[in-house]
Design a protein around this ligand. Structure first.
Ligand code: CAA
Length: 259
């Protein structure tokens, strides 16, 4: 199996598992990852997904061995990388837990996630220019929207590595965690998040993503309508009543898994 899946409470952990190719994403791995996550996305018992690799490498990119001999017609007819669009439609919050290299498609996978939590050893980069191509899983688009045109140009045209401190400074990485107990701490973070109302998590994600697609005026109306709609949920009543009653809110009691 190229990806190992485990569910701990309301958190699903997907661990890339191709050590001999530094977790490079071949078609099989991509299919395994996305098709399984699509199912978890629909489960009410899942409040957060974590994608990770090993301690030394998150993912070294798309599989160069698989791509090297392909011609234009093959890439075009297969719509190579087209299946990643399914990944970008996942509604459940997705955290990339990056330790070690996240290069090319690895960096793009991290950017497709909603939050990037990185260990002190994480190294990012879009080195495709060195292979005579450009990023193909959204790197030119998502990196630009994260760090701005000038920085994205500098990074993609040079293909240089980005150390984790710089990645955090430019807004690529959400938060840096110590290397020691990295994954344990990421899972703890994910568990806290997963215990919030799934409806409100999805609504937050949808509204933030909408801001990238529309004007401020339209985005504000979109947000307000979603805000209004949440007053028709049990979770809004639970959250606000819990505050007034000075107790912790319990949003997902009916979906808690037994350990
Ligand atoms: N695809 C296929 N195999 C890969 C790979 C990749 N992206 N990255 C590494 N591997 C393989 C190597 O070929 C090697 O296999 P063999 O033992 O069979 O030769 C094995 O993984 C170990 O790699 P290295 O010996 O190179 O390990 P290293 O520790 O010396 O270097 C590294 C690590 C700096 C990450 C280096 O492997 C590297 O530069 N990898 C390629 C990074 C890259 O260019 N990524 C972009 C790919 S293209 C892309 O992603 C397009 C896109 O937009 C989606």
């Amino acid at each position: 199996m190229n990806v190992l899946f485990e569910q701990i409470d309301r958190v699903v952990i997907a661990k890339l598992n191709r050590p001999s190719a530094l977790n490079a994403l071949n078609s099989e791995t991509m299919y395994e990852l996305i098709s399984k996550l699509k199912k978890y996305d629909q489960s009410p018992s899942v409040g957060c997904i974590v994608i990770t690799g090993s301690e030394n490498v998150f993912c070294a990119g798309a599989d160069i061995k698989e791509m090297a001999s392909k011609n234009f017609s093959q890439m075009f007819e297969e719509d190579y990388f087209g299946y990643w669009e399914v990944f970008s439609k996942i509604k459940t919050p997705v955290i990339a837990a990056v330790s070690g290299y996240a290069l090319g498609g690895g960096c793009e996978l991290a950017m497709m996630c909603d939050i990037i939590l990185a260990s002190e050893t994480a190294v990012f980069g879009q080195p495709e220019i060195k292979l005579g191509v450009i990023p193909g899983i959204g790197g030119t688009q998502r990196l630009t929207s994260l760090v701005g045109k000038s920085k994205a140009m500098e990074l993609i045209l040079s293909g240089r590595n980005i150390e984790v401190e710089e990645a955090e400074k430019i807004g690529l990485v959400s938060k840096i965690f110590p290397q020691t107990n990295f994954l344990t701490n990421v899972i703890k973070y994910a568990k806290d998040l997963a215990n919030y109302s799934k409806t409100a998590l999805i609504a937050s994600k949808e509204s933030i993503n909408q801001s990238l697609e529309c004007s401020l005026k339209d985005g504000i109306v979109f947000e307000r309508r979603i805000f209004h709609s949440l007053f028709n949920t049990k979770d809004q009543k639970e959250g606000m009543n819990a505050f007034l009653e000075k107790r912790s809110a319990n949003f997902n009691s009916m979906y808690q898994l037994k350990n």
